[in-house]
Design a binder for this molecule. Structure first.
Ligand code: NDP
Length: 295
């Protein structure tokens, strides 16, 4: 019985953070510029506050200056837009991130559209997504989670060109841009979503699978072609009385079953998760380099 190689996102992310730290020091030394990331958090969702805290810590560790604005749940859309405008105009800020989800009384589209595309380190501005989708165009930024998935494939020497890839999920932030990126890398891409007939049959054909659904252990060992490569984006809490918190996190993919059939697989946690923040730092560094014309 064979076991898939573990794609160690935690290790790769650490390596990337080290590379970024070196580049930031080099830029500071050469031109006296330190990259700056501004994060806007609206409301008091605990999970969002945790994400923002982690991003801030990660920035500090590599030498990125992090700025934060926390607005109350009952803020107006205009107050959020004002913060964005302020950061668009602030030359010490090279990346602006609006933590999602926003409170339901706000128009997410209007707010994301207000982020200047040259500071759109999340890559969610429609101009950046549109360029990602078009041949011969290049986005200024690629969304962090799908970029991290592709980076893992590259760093593990997994060929994408010519392969059959299946992306499960079509959200604006993960599934859709992941499919566009795989296509840019010359994979032949199929997207599976909640209305897909016979998802197992389609997934079974894939050489590479990126799953971004949000359903614990949905993808079973019997759905996988032997030797396929699995990137599991899902982060799903399941009850676990052994854990002090009462739950643990698992992916969309039933790891125990799939690891017996696949040739390589990302664990959850420790796979795609750490890569997302590493790509945010990387996007912030490239933004500062671009704005200051530094190679
Ligand atoms: P969304 O809920 O926005 O999208 C889920 C997608 O999965 C939708 O396109 C939906 O289809 C599809 N889907 C739902 N049920 C099924 C099913 N039974 N079969 C096939 N497709 C299905 O989620 P996100 O994209 O935001 O996140 C997905 C997962 O990734 C979550 O677990 C999230 O926590 C995790 N995540 C992890 C990150 C990381 O850093 N590692 C970052 C972001 C997210 P339809 O369009 O038809 O509704």
């Amino acid at each position: 019985e064979s076991t898939a190689k573990v794609i160690d996102g935690k290790h790769v992310a650490k390596q990337i953070r080290e590379e970024i730290g070196v580049e930031i020091a080099r830029m500071k030394e050469a031109i006296g510029i330190v990259p700056g990331l501004a994060v806007i958090l609206v409301g008091d969702r605990k999970d969002s506050a945790t994400y923002v805290r982690n991003k801030k810590k990660a920035c500090e560790a590599v030498g990125i200056n992090s700025l934060e604005v926390c607005l109350p749940e009952n803020s107006t859309e205009q107050e959020v837009l004002n913060s964005i405008t302020k950061f668009n105009e602030d030359p010490s800020v090279h990346g602006i991130l609006v933590q999602l989800p926003l409170p339901s009384h706000m128009n997410e589209e209007k707010i994301l559209n207000a982020v200047g595309i040259e500071k759109d380190v999340d890559g969610f501005h429609p101009l950046n997504i549109g360029r990602l989708a078009m041949r011969g165009r290049d986005p200024l930024f690629v969304p962090c989670t799908p970029k991290g998935c592709i980076e893992l494939l590259h760093r593990y020497g997994i060929q994408i060109k010519g392969k059959k890839a299946v992306v499960i999920g079509r959200s604006n932030i993960v599934g859709m841009p992941a499919a566009l990126l795989l296509q840019r890398e010359d994979a032949t891409v199929t997207i599976v979503h909640s209305r897909t007939n016979n998802p197992e049959g389609i997934i079974k054909e894939a050489d590479i699978i990126i799953s971004a659904v949000g359903q614990a252990n949905m993808v079973r060992g019997s759905w996988i072609k032997p030797g396929a490569v699995i990137i599991d984006v899902g982060i799903n809490p399941v009850e676990d009385s052994e854990s002090p918190r009462g739950y643990r996190l698992v992916g969309d993919v039933c790891y125990e079953e799939v690891a017996k059939v696949a040739s390589a697989i990302t664990p959850v946690p420790g796979g795609v998760g750490p890569m997302t923040i590493a790509m945010l730092l990387s996007n912030t560094l490239s933004s500062a380099k671009r704005i200051h014309n530094f190679d």
